[in-house]
Every structure is written in structure tokens, then in C-alpha cells.
Ligand binder design. Structure first.
Ligand SMILES: Cc1cc2nc3c(=O)[nH]c(=O)nc-3n(C[C@H](O)[C@H](O)[C@H](O)COP(=O)(O)OP(=O)(O)OC[C@H]3O[C@@H](n4cnc5c(N)ncnc54)[C@H](O)[C@@H]3O)c2cc1C
Length: 388
């Protein structure tokens, strides 16, 4: 490790490794600092991603694919279910290998990665940020850089240190918990989502198959819904009922910022990517691919910035992100607000109406259109969210 780089990336998650990869391929000298001993571990994720999303960055490889799925199913509060047609494939990953491979792609482009390297502050020269302070293998060190990338996940501190407001309201922060179960019967090739006031108020429970008799079974509910009863309690009740004899291989809990992208994702020479920048899809809570897209755009702009020697060019990252995904996340945020307010009766009715459609018309759009047609009052609920 040198004492000076063009760019220091804090965090070797999917967003950080991808930012490092593209910045390095653009000609910047890049150091990635990861606080954990291993890249990709511990895993705090349901691990579902679309094929379309993944192939933008890496060729699918059976070593990090635990299951391939081609359908998803929505289970409504009364237990009826509908599996809308899905054009495409999704994967349940082995993230500890997937994240590792993303880091290797960054190294292949010339980035250096150091693990057991905890960044605890920004290094300043007067008002200017000129690098980071870190504890690397138990030793305090200062490392200089022209640009610092905060890819330090949902609990990001780089942004706050750099004067960027990264707070998430408790309404938008999803409280998540997940158990990886084994010894259970789980249908292959399908992702299940359970809705309902008693199952996951304002959110959902997911069952994602991970091989023959295993699955990631998790829950996400808004933190303000979890005040009376925690996400963990809801999840344990669900598992007790549905999989009473399961073996529990892992237990995790964590937060997901289901919000719009932070107002600022660049300030002077500080750049935020991934969960740190709130680049999660607010409807699904999925942030792997969108964080990688944020990382890629940031990395490309950083490469250009270094070759032009013009820090002001970094602002381009915020514009390109907004054009590519940021504006869509604003729409998805509205959809999340509408769906999370649906009553059990509404969810049951949507499912029942959808089941009346001929199979070839059971797409997400088809089901939604039928729901609006049969329950025009839904239009008002949705409109309230978009126009308030
Ligand atoms: C229970 C749960 C289920 C989820 N399921 C899905 C899903 O199925 N599909 C999906 O797409 N998304 C899912 N997500 C969201 C997804 O996990 C995140 O959006 C994604 O990991 C974000 O990537 P990232 O690189 O921004 O951050 P992270 O993956 O969180 O990586 C941040 C890295 O920064 C490191 N770090 C933090 N602070 C420091 C520091 N000070 N110094 C050095 N290193 C530091 C951390 O150790 C970590 O390695 C889920 C999240 C949760 C909690």
C-alpha cells in the first residue's frame, strides 16, 4: 500500500468494488479499504438479482449462483396466490463469492484492495479533504487521495463526515431480518412474497430458494411499523408456522434505505455510491444492481475527472445517475408509498381479480390495470401519493 492515490474507496461491497473497477479502468490509481477481514462476508442480504442487471457487469457463473428462478408469486393476506408472468430470469446469489468476484474485477483493472482496514475519519488540510484516516491491521495510518468515495453501506459515515446529509427518516428505513433455513420443502424456480397486516405490515416476507432444501426467508417492514413488534418477531412467527422443523443456518438483521436518492451524492471531492447514497430501489428494497450502476457511473466520471485534472467535473456523476436511475427511483418511491398503504382487503381483491385474468394476461401491468378498473378508488390512493 502506498501513502497516496488518486482515489480512496471506503467499502468493498458491490457498489465500492464497481466504482473502483471503473475508476481504475479510466486511468485513476485506486485504493479500496474494507473494514472486514473478508470481502463479501458477513452477508446481510436476500441475494436476489435479475439476470439483466448482472450481465451488465459480469458473466453469470454457477459458482456464485445458488438458484435460478423464472417466476415470482404474490401470496395475499387470505392465503390466495398469484404468479404474474415474468419475462426474464433472476438469480439467488452466493454473495460471499459474488462480492469477491466483483473485487477481483477491480483488482484486474489495477485497483488495490486492503481488508481489515477501518476508515475512521477524513484527513483534512484546513477545510479541504485530502484523504482518510484508517486503522490498517491495528495501526493508525493517514492515506492521501484527491477523491474519497463513500461506499460504506447503509450506516455510511463518509457522507456525514464530508457534510452530506444522508439521514433516512424512520418512515423510509426498512427494518429487515432474515434466516437462512435448511431441511425445508421449498419450490424451486420461484420467488415468493407474502403480504398482510399480520405477516409484514406495510412490507413483505420473502422466501428465496437457495438450492434443493434451503431458502433465504426474510422480512422488511418500515421502522415506524416495527415500533410495537419487531421485524424479527414477525419473521419468527412466520417461520414457526410455515417451517416449524427448519434448521437455521444463519440469522441476520439490517436496514435498507427505501428512500429517494440523497439530495447530494457529490460534494467537492467526496462521492457517495450504493446504499451510502440511497441508491436502493425503494419499491423492492433491492440495492445490489442499482448500487453497482451508481458505482459504475461514479467510477467512469472519476476516471474522466482525474484525466482532466478538474474536480468540478465530479458533479457530472449526480446528473448521469439521475438520468439513468435516480428519476425512476422517484417514481418507485411513490409506488412503494401507495402499496404499503393497501389494506388486507385491497390486497386480497387485487389477487382475486388477477386470478380471473386468462394466464397470458397475468402480467404485473395486466393485474394492476384490472385492479384499477375493478376498484377505481385505488386510483385515488395512488394519485394522492404522486400528487401530494
Ligand atoms: C436483510 C436484507 C436483505 C436484502 N436483500 C436484497 C436482495 O435480495 N436483493 C438486492 O438487490 N438487495 C438486497 N438488499 C440490499 C443490499 O444488500 C444492499 O443494497 C447492497 O449490499 C448495497 O451495496 P453497497 O456496496 O452499497 O453496500 P454494502 O454491501 O453494505 O457494502 C459496504 C461495505 O463497506 C464496508 N464498510 C463500512 N464502513 C466502513 C469503514 N468505516 N471502513 C471500511 N469499510 C467500511 C462494509 O464492511 C461493507 O463491506 C438486502 C438488504 C438487507 C439488509
Amino acid at each position: 500500500m502506498k501513502d497516496r492515490y488518486d482515489v480512496i474507496v471506503v467499502g468493498a461491497g458491490p457498489a465500492g468494488s464497481t466504482a473502483a473497477r471503473f475508476a481504475a479502468s479510466g486511468g485513476a490509481s485506486v485504493l479500496v479499504l474494507e473494514k472486514d477481514r473478508d470481502v463479501g462476508y458477513p452477508v446481510r442480504c436476500g441475494e436476489a438479482v435479475s439476470h439483466e442487471g448482472v450481465v451488465q457487469f459480469i458473466e453469470p457463473d454457477p459458482r456464485w449462483i445458488a438458484a435460478t428462478v423464472s417466476r415470482f408469486r404474490i401470496v395475499s393476506p387470505n392465503g390466495k396466490s398469484i404468479a404474474p408472468r415474468l419475462d426474464g430470469t433472476a438469480y439467488v446469489l452466493e454473495r460471499r463469492i459474488f462480492d469477491y468476484e466483483l473485487a477481483k474485477l477491480a483488482v484486474r483493472e489495477g485497483a488495490e484492495i486492503v481488508t481489515k482496514a477501518y476508515v475512521y475519519d477524513l484527513l483534512r488540510d484546513g477545510e479541504d479533504v485530502v484523504g482518510v484516516w484508517a486503522v490498517v491491521k491495528d495501526e493508525k495510518v493517514e492515506i492521501r487521495s484527491k477523491i474519497v468515495v463513500g461506499a460504506d453501506g447503509v450506516e455510511s459515515r463518509v457522507g456525514k463526515w464530508g457534510g452530506i446529509d444522508t439521514t433516512t427518516s424512520i418512515h423510509d428505513m426498512e427494518s429487515c431480518a432474515q434466516l437462512t433455513l435448511s431441511g425445508i420443502e421449498v419450490e424451486q424456480g420461484i420467488l415468493d412474497f407474502y403480504f398482510g397486516e399480520h405477516v409484514a405490515p406495510g412490507g413483505y416476507v420473502w422466501v428465496f430458494p437457495k438450492g434443493k432444501d434451503s431458502a433465504n426467508v426474510g422480512i422488511g417492514i418500515s421502522v415506524d411499523q416495527a415500533k410495537e413488534k419487531s421485524a424479527v418477531q414477525y419473521l419468527e412467527e412466520f417461520v414457526q408456522k410455515k417451517y416449524p422443523n427448519a434448521g437455521i443456518l444463519t440469522r441476520i438483521a439490517g436496514g435498507v434505505p427505501c428512500a429517494k436518492t440523497c439530495d447530494k451524492i457529490v460534494k467537492n471531492n467526496i462521492v457517495l455510491v450504493g446504499d451510502a447514497a440511497h441508491q436502493v430501489n425503494p419499491t423492492s428494497g433491492g440495492g445490489i444492481i442499482s448500487g453497482m450502476i451508481g458505482g459504475m457511473i461514479a467510477g467512469q466520471v472519476i476516471g474522466e475527472t482525474i484525466s482532466k485534472s478538474d474536480i468540478a467535473h465530479l458533479k457530472e456523476y449526480a446528473d448521469r445517475w439521475h438520468k439513468r436511475l435516480g428519476w425512476r427511483h422517484e417514481v418507485f418511491y411513490g409506488i412503494k408509498e401507495a402499496i404499503s398503504a393497501f389494506s388486507d382487503e385491497t390486497l386480497n381483491k387485487i389477487c382475486e381479480d388477477g386470478l380471473k385474468l386468462p394466464e397470458e394476461k397475468r402480467t404485473v401491468g395486466g393485474i394492476f390495470r384490472t385492479a384499477l378498473w375493478n376498484q377505481p378508488s385505488l386510483l385515488l390512493d395512488v394519485a394522492k401519493v404522486f400528487f401530494s
